[in-house]
Write a protein that binds this ligand. Structure first.
Ligand code: PLP
Length: 395
C-alpha cells in the first residue's frame, strides 16, 4: 500500500503511541481531580502545555487544548465574535472549519489571486468599508489542498491599519511539519493546530490564544482550560500529540529537505509524462518555495478525479482529490474556484500528499500508476490531448 494522503491524516508516530499508553493504563486519573493519580495527569498536561507553547511561540498559559482543528477554528471564530460582537472576515480558501462559522455569523470573505494569496488591496478595502467593526480576521498559514503558504506579516500590517481593533487568527493545521509556526505566526493572536496532521492521534488539537484575548466559551462546564474550553481534557491524546510535535520540530529541517525532494520528483515526473496537466499555483519554471514540502497538487484535463482515485486505489495508491470531507463526496473545490480555476479543470484535480512514512517506493509507484490511470480515463471519454506538457500554473 502506498499512502499518499498525509494531508488528510498521518499515521501515528511510535513516540506518540508510547507516550499515550501509560495515560490509558496506569496514569488514567482525571486531570481536574485532587488525588495522586489526578495530580499526575495534571502534571502531564502542564508539561504538554509547555512543549506545545514552545512549538507555537506562545506562553504555556496561552495553550487551550481542544478536540482537534475543527474545534480550534470554531472556538477562534465563535469565541471572539461571541465575546466582542462585530464582524468576522476570512479568506476564500479557508478550510470549512473556518469558512462555515464565519459565513454562519454573516461575516465577510476576502478573495485570493491566482496564486492562492490574499489580495491585500481588496482585504484593506473590505476591512475599511465593513458596515460594523471587524473583530476577527482569519487567514490560514498553509492551504490544505494546494499547499500554498500565506505570508502572514503583510496581512497583519493591513489589519493594523484598517481594522486596528481586530484579532488575527491563523489555521496552522497543515503547517507544523513544514513551517516554523512559531516564527511564521509570531504576528498572529490565535493559532489552530491538529495532532493527526503531524503524527498524533485524531480528535485532539490546540488553539493558542494570546494573553488579553477573551473568548466566549462554546460549551459551559467545569472550568477546564481556564474556562475557555470546558470539558475533561483528552489527556492521553494531548500527551501523544505533544510527543509527536517534539519529534516533528526536532527533525523538521531534515524532513523538509527529504520530503520536498520526493515531492519534486513526483510532481516533475507527472508533469513531464502526462500532457495537459496543470500544477496549482506554480508558474512554469518556478520552484515550489511558495508551498509546503509535502503537497503535489495537479489537475488533469479531460478526467474526473473520482474515477482517477478509484483506479489509483486498485493500484494500492491512497490519495485525495481535494480536502477530505465527512461524506467523501467530491464537490468542486471552493479553493480552486477562488483561485479562478474553471469547474471542468478543477474536477480533474489530484492531491498527493507525503509525510513521515513516505519513501522513494511510494513516489515510484505513483509515477507508474497515475499516467496509466489518466490515459485510461481519457481514452474512455475520447479525450484528445493537445500534446502540451504544461506546468504553467494555470490552476
Ligand atoms: N483546518 C485545516 C487546514 C485542515 O486541513 C483540517 C483537516 O483536514 C482542519 C482544519 C480540521 O481539523 P480536524 O480534522 O482536526 O478537525
Amino acid at each position: 500500500m502506498h499512502y499518499l494522503d498525509h494531508a488528510a491524516g498521518t499515521p501515528v508516530r511510535p513516540v506518540a503511541v508510547d507516550a499515550m499508553m501509560p495515560m490509558l493504563t496506569t496514569d488514567f486519573g482525571n486531570p481536574s481531580g485532587a488525588h495522586r493519580l489526578a495530580r499526575s495527569a495534571n502534571r502531564a498536561l502542564d508539561d504538554a502545555r509547555e512543549t506545545m507553547a514552545e512549538a507555537l511561540g506562545v506562553e504555556p498559559g496561552e495553550i487551550v487544548f481542544t478536540s482537534g482543528g475543527t474545534e480550534a477554528d470554531n472556538l477562534a471564530v465563535n469565541g471572539v465574535i461571541g465575546a466582542r460582537g462585530g464582524v468576522a472576515v476570512c479568506s476564500a480558501i479557508e478550510h470549512h472549519a473556518v469558512l462555515e462559522p464565519v459565513e454562519h455569523l454573516g461575516g465577510l470573505v476576502a478573495p485570493v489571486d491566482r496564486r492562492g494569496l490574499v489580495d491585500l488591496e481588496v482585504l484593506a478595502e473590505l476591512l475599511r468599508s465593513a458596515s460594523e467593526p471587524v473583530s476577527l480576521v482569519s487567514v490560514m498559514l498553509a492551504n490544505n489542498e494546494t499547499g500554498v503558504i500565506q505570508p502572514l506579516e503583510p496581512i497583519r500590517v493591513v489589519i493594523d491599519e484598517y481594522a486596528p481593533g481586530a484579532v488575527f487568527h491563523t489555521d496552522a493545521v497543515q503547517s507544523l511539519c513544514w513551517v516554523d509556526v512559531a516564527a511564521a505566526a509570531a504576528c498572529v493572536d490565535l493559532i489552530s493546530v491538529s495532532a493527526h496532521k503531524f503524527g498524533g492521534p485524531k480528535g485532539v488539537g490546540v488553539l493558542a490564544v494570546r494573553n488579553g484575548i477573551t473568548l466566549a466559551p462554546m460549551q459551559r462546564g467545569g472550568g477546564q482550560e481556564k474556562g475557555r474550553r470546558n470539558g475533561t481534557q483528552n489527556a492521553p491524546g494531548i500527551v501523544a500529540m505533544t510527543a509527536a510535535a517534539a519529534e516533528v520540530i526536532g527533525g523538521r529541517a531534515a524532513e523538509i529537505e527529504r520530503v520536498s525532494e520526493l515531492r519534486d520528483r513526483l510532481a516533475d515526473g507527472l508533469l513531464a509524462t502526462i500532457p495537459d496537466t496543470h500544477e496549482s499555483a506554480v508558474p512554469a519554471g518556478a520552484d515550489r518555495a511558495n508551498k509546503i514540502a509535502n503537497i503535489c497538487h495537479l489537475a488533469f484535463e479531460g478526467i474526473e478525479s473520482e474515477a482517477l482515485l478509484f483506479l489509483l486505489e486498485k493500484d494500492q495508491i491512497m490519495a485525495s482529490a481535494a480536502s477530505s470531507c465527512s461524506s467523501g463526496a467530491q464537490d468542486p473545490s471552493h479553493v480552486l474556484a477562488a483561485m479562478g480555476v474553471g469547474r471542468e479543470l478543477a474536477a480533474g484535480s489530484l492531491r498527493l500528499s507525503l509525510g513521515h512514512t513516505s519513501t522513494a517506493a511510494d513516489v515510484d509507484a505513483a509515477l507508474a500508476a497515475v499516467p496509466a490511470a489518466v490515459a485510461r480515463l481519457r481514452d474512455h471519454v475520447g479525450y484528445a490531448t493537445a500534446g502540451v506538457q504544461d506546468g504553467s500554473g494555470a490552476t
